[in-house]
Design a protein around this ligand. Sequence first.
Ligand code: PAF
Length: 279
Amino acid sequence: MQIATTIEEVRTLVKSWKKEGCTVGLVPTMGYLHEGHGSLISRAREENDKVVVSIFVNPMQFGPGEDLDSYPRDLEKDSAYCESLGADLIFHPEPSEMYTEGFCSYVDMSVLTEELCGLSRPVHFRGVCTVVNKLFNIVAPDRAYFGQKDAQQLAVIRRMVEDLNMDIQIVGCPIVREEDGLAKSSRNTYLSAEERQAALVLSCAVTCGQELVAAGETDAKKIVAQMKALIEQEPMARIDYVKAVDGLTMQQIDTVKKPMLVALAVYIGKTRLIDNFIV
Ligand code: PAF
């Protein structure tokens, strides 16, 4: 496995692979990898001749006062993990390599980004769309892999690829959970032992919502209300949002319909965690 820090190195290597007729899978990440990322890398390994993992904490997708500086980083551990899963290349650029002086071109999206996380993180999706676009241009993958845990991000990227006619297959992969149900996230490391326990309220709310749908509840507002009531019982939890939306457009819906995304963002202490389920 190789580690590249420049765009030039990546382009040269990918060009040589493509000359040999190899397919390329890209797993974009911000590092501090866990089994959720691992499932994306393994899937990419199964479906492509070559696998590239990008590790880049993208400053553009963090708003003022967010956790850009404290976002956990451990390249050595990440490299060993990627190698163990059979990745061929890690792309780990410096911010100055990705955003050269005078940088002023952005990929922006309306509608899908105006709900859920887009409301509380107004610059987030512009940063995500811009960096993912750049990564697609640099790596030129046949397939790119994203987790369902960031369900709105996945929907936004699918929309961007369709709207901008990008010839890349977007593969969404299921949420990977800890044994007790907490969705795996690099941000789980911020939680104290007590907060870690309180954070289980997110997956409990997801289970509650899923059970209501399975029992035949069709009123999306009732589902959301019961999930909120459950979360409010946890004193360490503060709800950012719990919403039922159309799974493609991210617009709020009142009646259960397929595809529906029920998504939640909840602060446990200072840490903002997300979870969701799809119907
Ligand atoms: O999901 C993430 O880790 C990031 O948003 C992504 C897709 C790597 C873009 O920086």
